[in-house]
Design a protein around this ligand. Structure first.
Ligand SMILES: [Zn+2]
Length: 319
């Protein structure tokens, strides 16, 4: 087993999209405590009318560099609603470097502390951002805090490394440009895995990706941005920096794809999966500005059974 330091160094060199996001998410303990109620109200309102910043949806070191650059440029002036999110993501990133590495640990911690404190002293900070910053300050001060799989932008999304994602083939992918306008819900229509075991769900996600990347289809990655299992876990699919491949041709533009694992022509989705879908849609409404009335089933775009007769009604209720 490699030391975390060596793993990090290697991830910087060759696996930036695999390892680091996992670490960042796992170590992002402060990020978001478990929420009990979906956050339906956009806060602050500007988030819905401002475009996503260029670093949104990126992972790894590239993301931190982008955020640094954005903070120093006119980003915060043009898009002030994202300043606190940028501070939090940057501070988390500074803390998530292996604490045993010793290199500049104190200066990284004190910079992170400053960033978290800046969030707390901003009157416009949301409750969620303040909670995140409060936990962050405790971590930056060297206190251990409980870890949870959360990231700064969306609650409880499991990273690609957790399902051993194949690397993407960027030449076959289209960068996402323009605002997100739609959310489309699908089912995998593979045999519904009974039970809710995480390891099985991870294999199911990988199976979906394999199907999309096999020669016949030839996608550069799994086509959906998020996948949800019967246990209510949300898995990161294709990163939001890329356009999805799930609604057909130009319908994919500005269209976030969410796939529930299972065949919902045959079985009913679990309550846990439906709750997770509701939370994810709320989060995407908040951070990506997709209106609730633009949440559709795959059927909306073409003649298909997807997302299955038992899931359709639930999708309609999300609107
Ligand atoms: Zn579909």
């Amino acid at each position: 087993m490699d030391s975390p330091t060596r793993q990090l160094r290697r991830s910087r060199a060759s696996l930036p999209n695999l390892l680091l996001p996992g670490l960042m998410v796992l170590l992002g303990a402060c990020a978001t405590p478990a929420r009990t109620t979906p956050n339906h109200k956009p806060q602050p309102d500007q988030i819905n009318t401002h475009p996503l910043p260029p670093w949104y949806g990126l992972t790894g070191w590239g993301r931190l560099d982008q955020i640094e650059g954005w903070m120093k440029s006119s980003g915060p002036v043009k898009n002030p609603a994202w300043v606190n999110q940028a501070r939090l993501a940057l501070a988390d990133g500074l803390l998530n470097v292996d604490p045993g590495a010793g290199d500049h640990l104190q200066s990284r911690r004190s910079r992170a502390l400053d960033l978290y404190s800046a969030v707390l002293s901003t009157p416009e900070a949301t409750e969620q951002e303040k909670t995140h910053a409060t936990y962050g300050r405790r971590r930056a001060s060297g206190n251990r805090v409980p870890r949870s799989p959360a990231n700064t932008m969306l609650s409880n999304v499991l990273p690609r490394s957790d399902w051993s994602a194949r690397p993407v083939q960027p030449s076959k992918l289209t960068p996402a440009t323009g605002p997100w306008k739609w959310i489309t819900v699908h089912h995998s229509a593979l045999s519904a895995s009974d039970g809710t075991a995480q390891a099985q769900a991870a294999r199911d996600v990988r199976t979906v990706q394999n199907g999309h990347m096999e020669e016949a289809r030839g996608y550069g990655d799994v086509g959906y941005h998020f996948l949800i299992d019967a246990g209510g876990r949300v898995w990161q699919g294709r990163e939001l920096r890329w356009q999805g491949a799930h609604a057909g041709g130009s319908n994919n533009e500005g269209n976030i794809g969410i796939c529930l694992l299972g065949n919902f022509d045959k079985v009913r989705p679990t309550q846990a999966a439906l709750s997770a879908l509701g939370r994810l849609v709320s989060d995407l409404h908040r951070v990506a500005g997709v209106p609730f009335d633009r949440v559709k089933g795959h059927k909306h775009w073409k003649s298909t059974n997807c997302p299955g007769r038992y899931l359709e009604d639930h999708v309609a209720r999300l609107r």
